[in-house]
Design a binder for this molecule. Sequence first.
Ligand code: CA
Length: 220
Amino acid sequence: MRLLLVEDDKMIGTAVQRGVRADGYVVDWVKDGLAAGLALQDHAYDLVLLDLGLPRRDGLDILRELRRQGDRVPVLILTARDAVAERIAGLDAGADDYLVKPFDLDELAARVRALLRRNEGRALPFIEHGRLRLNPSTHEVFLDGAAVSLPAKEFALLHALLTQPGVPMSRAQLEERIYGWGEEIASNAVEVYIHSLRHKLGTDQIRNLRGVGYMVPSAP
Ligand code: CA
């Protein structure tokens, strides 16, 4: 899962980035409104954490443009305590949820999970697919009820594939999902992770479609 953090306050941004990363998400952090607009044009994000009071371009403006373009990416706004009107404007402009600063990082993590879950059309906190069960909040994976230990990147890959069973994802799409800016990507990293996943979970769980990409079969 790849998140965009838009926040000009260095202290808050650093804390949020660290907290969300510890939860296994990839986070790109931009510190002004123009950079946010560019990042949203160039990358597909699973969720946006959006401060509203930003240099160079207002957060509300970014949000309105996103929705005008038909982009349905979940947006969680981060606002100041006394800014009730701002929160209302944010929700009306298409935000999905908000948090009032200063907020608890555990609450932020829980709201992020809830929004991602809702976006995937799940009411339950875990993803269940055939013999597999994946819990995004605890980072646990079970195959036929038995726990399977996965390193962070393998977990992130499996999570990405399980959000759309039956839909192949290319290597580039998967790299987008599991790497942030500035992270070194070995050219065959996705292949290596997939190989390891297929070894641990069985080759029938992840299909390799030559020249297209990888997918979890829709009816395992
Ligand atoms: Ca701000």
